[in-house]
Write a new protein. Structure first.
Length: 136
């Protein structure tokens, strides 16, 4: 395994976090009706968690001597005011994030600190998958 493969995978995760932050901030602004009461704080929290994850992943890329991406993943963010569609899009986003970090973890060898940090993100993505599933 070369560091370049790991850096590439981490950059994939970073782009996905930047997209997730934009997605959750967008849905937080557009969620309507009685569900706004619960879902706005939830989306805000997920946006902030994505920001934190992006910081952690960027730190790992810097540590490896890589160049971190600054653009979000190009996967389209679906605009909607229907909270069910928002949750469906959130679930897809979290599932893809979790799968991505699982792949990243298998590439980290000999850096316990980095492994722990990415594992922490991975577990948080799994919790988000569970949480969104419960909300649907
Ligand atoms: Fe995340």
């Amino acid at each position: 395994m070369s560091d370049s493969e790991l850096i590439e995978k981490l950059n994939g995760g970073l782009g996905w976090e930047l997209r997730a932050e934009a997605l959750y901030s967008h849905y937080s602004a557009y969620v309507k009706g009685i569900n706004r009461l619960h879902l706005k704080p939830f989306f805000d929290e997920e946006a902030s968690e994505s920001h934190t994850h992006a910081d952690m992943v960027r730190t790992a890329i810097v540590k490896l001597g890589g160049v971190a991406v600054t653009e979000r993943d190009s996967t389209k963010i679906v605009h909607t005011t229907d909270y069910k569609v928002m949750l469906k899009e959130a679930l897809k986003t979290e599932q893809k994030a979790a799968a991505g970090y699982e792949g990243v973890l298998s590439l980290i060898k000999g850096d316990e600190e980095m492994y722990d940090s990415i594992e922490q993100i991975y577990f948080q993505e799994l919790r988000s998958v569970e949480e969104v599933t419960q909300l649907m």
